[in-house]
Write a protein that binds this ligand. Structure first.
Ligand SMILES: Nc1ncnc2c1ncn2[C@@H]1O[C@H](COP(=O)(O)OP(=O)(O)OP(=O)(O)O)[C@@H](O)[C@H]1O
Length: 664
């Protein structure tokens, strides 16, 4: 029975509406073990016929029967399967994939089988041995002679163990010795029971076969048997063909990615710069936020609000406006800002408040601290309370009665090298406390230094003990009730709620308190820092758009460069989707590699910048790249790559295999 039967095949090409008939009702059939040469004038339709036999062209009229079974339908998938399963192509110009080794070229076909990877390699080596090229398996095609290249192509065509070998001018580019060698191999293939169909202009080639078919004007004009067909002793195939698996496609994509490493590296650097900048700015935002938070919380505990008496009569004034009035009166130590025990109790009763500390924050006139010959002026006296953090102490402890915590500026003025020894020393304080409508009251006292804090322009105060100061004020007929109370709240999550409740407390229809908390200052600072770093990151992110365009352009270029390869893969049975996947996987790989490069550079940058500015910022890491930024950049890079690959990969998939193969 014939392996292949063509009945009443008609094929025309159209230029506009004009029809150019090439095959005009052609009937021919081919047997197993036959070596058929198709001879004919140039332009006679030989290649057109080959494309139909080879399943590359499905736009024809007529019927093709394979093994007696009518080609069910001519849908693309069925044609792909037919090429993969039944046909082995050999081309005049060899059509090997230039960046793959000899072995890998043969393996392309074998990847479309259910053989294990090991078995695929074994079979590829057997085939290379059969065509005498095993020792050249590691070479690239450009390191082979023409005859050797064609033998590799023959090995590849045989790899799937197809029933039909289709060769289009297989010796057209070879000298006479190589021509004889190739024809010998083709003859052997026919002898093994396969059907060999060769298109040729050469009578010498035709004479090698068993049958010569002459084609003219789209018809068979003669069909001449020279020898009987070889006996068909075909064994059944011990494996099945199948579509390219994802792992095979990934491996091929990786191979091309590595082969093209120079170009890919350039793109990777481009994308990595974009990702690096985005990560870096976000990291800088994190670091700056962290640093400012640290600076502020080192000075005062953000979870501890300060509560002052609200003096305004106007309940509608905001907390901040009301605070201004209180502060003005506090300057003159007005009894109006004094907080009575009854008010303290009201705050103590609020849920989540665990304790309330009384405190003073006063601005005396001509406040000086003197030790020996050293005198320094200060603007402010506070009493130690929960807003002060132990970490703000460089040395020593909080002040007990008749003790003071001083800034290090005074200690260093006293003894630059042994300033820590100032703890335990007695200093003399002298100041005048302004009073409402009267002359300021002079106070002078000796206190022992219990601790030293770091001085800063924002924090240059002397910190005393509340009880001591209250006692001193009482003795001097000054207001001895606190002008400030500091509630401690059990959990940081309850701070905002408690502050609201304190602000809402009322006596006789008048609100009692205004509050101040570092947390409230931190919120807008953190918001602004986040906005600035996100805006910077977005600006840096624009470069990612440039990367996107770059990837699209290079993938299009790659499709153009690899058109022939796409044609070869399609001829070997790869589906459109396989071609698309090859490009998508390679581009995604590029995106992933770019992200890895970007992340490495960002962390090196983080390390470098942090080390460089560590001295300026008390060893604080100003760049803090978060895990979310790292994961985000991998996702962004992959999404960009995926997006960039869609159009070019789609174009590659849609290429007509016949046109792709004829691409030079
Ligand atoms: N894609 C196409 N569009 C329009 N016309 C085409 C196309 N492909 C082939 N033809 C025309 O069809 C005719 C047959 O071409 P074909 O390539 O099948 O001839 P051939 O016998 O293989 O020629 P040669 O021996 O020179 O390769 C030629 O006239 C050719 O110009």
């Amino acid at each position: 029975m014939s392996i292949l039967e063509l009945k009443n095949i008609k094929k025309s090409y159209f230029l506009g509406k004009e029809e150019f008939p090439v095959l005009t009702g052609l009937d021919v059939s081919f047997d197993r073990g036959d070596f058929i040469s198709i001879l004919g004038e140039s332009g006679g339709g030989k290649s057109t016929l080959m494309n139909i036999i080879g399943g590359l062209d499905n736009k024809y009229d007529g019927e093709v029967k394979v093994g007696g079974v009518k080609q069910a339908d001519k849908n693309l998938r069925a044609m792909d399967e037919y090429r993969r399963d039944t046909i082995g192509f050999i081309f005049q110009s060899f059509n090997l994939v230039s960046y793959l080794s000899v072995l890998d070229n043969v393996l392309i076909s074998l990847k479309m089988t259910n053989l294990s990877h090991k078995a695929q390699i074994k079979k590829a080596e057997e085939l290379l041995k059969q065509v005498g090229l095993l020792e050249h398996k590691k070479k690239n095609p450009n390191q082979l002679s023409g005859g050797q290249k064609q033998r590799v192509a023959i090995a590849r065509a045989l790899a799937n163990d197809p029933d039909i070998i289709l060769a289009d001018e297989p010796t057209g580019a070879l000298d006479s010795q190589n021509t004889r060698d190739v024809l010998e191999i083709l003859s052997d293939i026919a002898k093994s029971g396969k059907t060999v169909i060769v298109v040729t202009h050469s009578q010498e080639v035709a004479d090698y076969g068993t049958r010569i078919v002459h084609l003219a004007d789209g018809q068979i004009i003669s069909d001449e048997r020279i020898k009987p067909a070889y006996e068909s002793k075909l064994k059944t195939r011990e494996f099945k063909t199948r579509a390219l698996s994802f792992s095979a496609k990934s491996r091929m994509a990786t191979q091309h990615f590595l082969h093209n490493w120079k170009q890919n590296l350039m793109i990777m650097i481009g994308v990595a710069i974009g990702l690096f900048s985005v990560m870096f700015f976000l990291g800088l935002g994190n670091g700056a936020k962290g640093y400012m938070n640290k600076m502020i919380t080192d000075l005062a505990n953000p979870n501890v609000p300060m509560v002052l008496k609200r003096v305004t009569e106007d309940n509608k004034k905001s907390n901040e406006e009301a605070m201004g009035e209180t502060q003005q009166l506090a300057v003159t130590n007005s009894p109006k800002v004094a907080i009575s025990d009854a008010l303290v109790t009201k705050v103590e009763k609020i849920k989540y408040v665990t304790k309330v500390e009384k405190a003073f924050d006063v601005l005396p006139v001509e406040l000086t601290a003197t030790i020996g010959k050293v005198t320094e002026s200060f603007p402010e006296i506070q009493t130690w309370n929960n807003t002060n953090t132990a970490s703000s102490l460089l040395v020593g402890k909080k002040p007990s009665e008749n003790e003071v915590v001083i800034p290090d500026s005074l200690a260093k003025k006293w003894d630059k090298n042994n300033w820590r020894k100032m703890v335990g020393q007695t200093i003399h304080l002298a100041y005048k406390m302004p009073v409402e409508n009267g002359t300021p009251i002079s106070i002078s006292q000796d206190v022992k230094v219990s601790g030293i804090t770091k001085s800063s322009p924002a924090q240059n105060v002397l910190t005393l003990n509340f009880k001591s100061l209250s006692k001193t004020f009482k003795e001097n007929n000054l207001v001895s009730e606190p002008n400030l109370i500091v509630p401690t709240i059990d959990d940081s999550h309850h701070v905002d709620g408690v502050i609201k409740k304190i602000q809402a407390l009322e006596t006789d229809g008048h609100k009692d308190f205004v509050t101040f908390s570092v947390g409230a200052i931190l919120k807008p600072i953190n918001k602004i820092t986040s906005i600035v770093s996100i805006v910077l990151a977005l600006i840096a992110g624009i470069s990612l758009l440039v990367s996107l365009m770059m990837i699209i352009a290079t993938t299009y270029m790659s499709v153009a460069e690899r058109t022939k390869e796409i044609g070869i893969l399609r001829a070997l049975g790869a589906r459109r989707g396989d071609i698309r996947s090859l490009f998508v996987v390679e581009t995604v790989l590029l995106g992933f590699a770019s992200a890895v490069l970007g992340i490495i550079v960002a962390f090196i940058g983080q390390f470098g910048v942090n080390a460089a500015v560590s001295g300026l910022l008390d060893k604080f890491d100003i760049i803090q790249i978060s895990l979310a930024a790292v994961i985000g950049s991998v996702i962004v890079a992959i999404v960009i790559a995926l997006f960039a690959s869609l159009m070019p990969a789609g174009k590659a998939a849609k290429l007509n295999p016949i046109e792709a193969l004829s691409n030079d």
